[in-house]
Design a binder for this molecule. Structure first.
Ligand code: SF4
Length: 223
């Protein structure tokens, strides 16, 4: 990526880390997606006691890293994957419920405000539920393309970019899902039975200090 943009993001990361720390969340900066992968593995491997279960979520940012395979191969770890094609929808739904008690969650956020708030919009709510309560450690890999000025900008970013793009991403995975943004790339604030936009959350802080660790990534990641 452009070296000036990367330098700007690295300088900005100090401000974001300060605000995340003020909200009792840990944070670090890495320049590239590849370095983010190493940082996540380091954070998981250095947990004491060692984690025995890790939750898989549908994050595009994490999927693009190829991280799921490496996390699933960690010794002594049960990998809870509710996206298995060889399982029935009911079986995957059962795993999705059990992910709420996983030791580790690795995911991303839809937006991060300049003062350290994490803003998300979810379909079923399992992702945001686990971010809020359940897993002992929540590691969020956040490309700095997701940093926005404030809450209004976070809502706008999610409505205009993240949600329509996620709809288009899942179109091939779930052929039965038909939402208006899949046609024209715009959010219509629809009431579709299959909409993936049902639950807004804003994490203002963590009651358990450093339970959430935000890995800021200089490169763009996800949408
Ligand atoms: S609310 Fe409806 S139209 Fe808007 S992004 Fe979500 S599914 Fe698409």
């Amino acid at each position: 990526m452009d070296k000036n943009l990367l330098a700007q993001r690295e300088k900005l990361s100090a401000h974001l880390i300060k605000h995340l720390n003020r909200r009792r969340m840990a944070a670090s900066f890495v320049p590239t997606a590849e370095a983010a992968k190493a940082e996540v593995l380091h954070l998981v491997r250095s947990m004491d006691p060692k984690p025995t279960s890790i939750m898989r979520c549908g994050s595009e940012s994490i999927g693009s890293l190829g991280l799921w395979t490496e996390l699933a191969a960690l010794p002594g770890v049960t990998f809870l994957d509710p996206y298995r094609a060889d399982k029935t929808p009911a079986e995957n739904a059962d795993v999705r419920r059990r992910t709420l008690l996983a030791d580790v969650m690795v995911s991303s956020t839809n937006a991060l405000t300049m003062d350290g708030r994490l803003v998300n919009l979810d379909g079923t709510g399992n992702r945001v539920a686990a971010m809020i309560f359940g897993p002992l450690k929540v590691i969020l890999v956040v490309g700095m393309n997701k940093v926005v000025a404030d809450l209004d900008a976070a809502y706008a970013r999610i409505r205009t970019v993240a949600a329509p793009a996620n709809n288009i991403r899942i179109e091939s995975l779930y052929p039965g899902v038909k939402n208006p943004c899949m046609e024209d790339g715009r959010c219509h604030q629809c009431a579709s039975d299959t909409k993936i936009c049902n639950i807004w959350t804003t994490i203002e802080g963590s009651s358990v200090k450093d339970r959430i660790h935000v890995v800021l990534v200089g490169e763009d990641m996800g949408f």
